[in-house]
Design a protein around this ligand. Structure first.
Ligand code: E4P
Length: 220
């Protein structure tokens, strides 16, 4: 499984990239607003992210009509070769995805909550399909069970083009572990989760022991 960072923070993206684990980035309007982003700076900000991360960088469209989504998507795709256009699963979004895919533009279909949505996204030409886990958990449903069903359904078929499942809306380490065991291709995680994923108390304790013993070696 590959790790994407679910953020619009350049500082977080630079840090994750420096660890050598950053395979891509996903952004959305909420994450960009959290960075204090303005409309005028949006394309410039996506460009700066693409300069740091050479993997796929998802930038979301906000139009509700297919022609608007296609226009926005073309503008976003022109920012950098690694931009992936993020489009919500809905009839107009599917139609726009079909058009964008036919133009050779990679699309990440987002806000996927059901198996039929995931299958239709892939059929419409989406390169990435993003099932949301945490938002199910927020309403006391098992987001991981839904993710597992979507991973299985996508892996059952040949769509004539590569389709990767991005486990999204991740809240904690357990989501990432289960997503990997279920065979999700990618997990897109907030930076706070990525930091926790690399840590384990036994690693910390082992390191303390090594350092203490090395002091003994140095003083011998
Ligand atoms: C990523 O592509 C999604 O937009 C993101 O994971 C959604 O996460 P949230 O449910 O925490 O807003």
């Amino acid at each position: 499984m590959k790790f994407f960072l679910d953020t619009a923070s350049l500082r977080e993206i630079e840090e994750a990239a420096s660890w050598g684990v950053l395979a891509g980035v996903t952004t959305n309007p909420t994450l960009y607003a959290r960075e204090g982003g303005s409309l005028a700076e949006f394309h410039g900000h996506i460009k700066r992210i693409c300069d740091v991360c050479d993997g796929p960088v998802s930038a979301e469209t906000v139009g509700l009509r297919r022609d608007e989504i296609v226009r926005e998507g073309e503008d976003l795709a022109a920012i950098a070769p690694n931009v992936v256009v993020k489009v919500p699963v809905m009839p107009e979004g599917l139609a726009a995805t079909k058009t964008l895919a036919a133009k050779g533009i990679d699309v990440n279909m987002t806000l996927c909550f059901t198996v039929p949505q995931a299958l239709m996204a892939a059929r419409a030409g989406a390169r990435y399909v993003s099932p949301f886990i945490g938002r199910f958990d927020d309403i006391s449903e098992d987001g991981l069970e839904h993710l597992g069903n979507m991973v299985t359904a996508i892996s059952n078929y040949d769509f004539g083009h590569p389709v990767e499942v991005i486990a999204a809306s991740i809240r904690h380490n357990g989501h990432v572990v289960e997503a990997a065991l279920m065979g999700a291709d990618i997990a897109t995680v907030p930076f706070a989760v990525l930091e926790k994923l690399v840590k384990h108390p036994l690693t910390d304790r082992g390191l303390e022991a090594f350092l203490a013993d090395w002091e003994k070696v140095k003083n011998a």
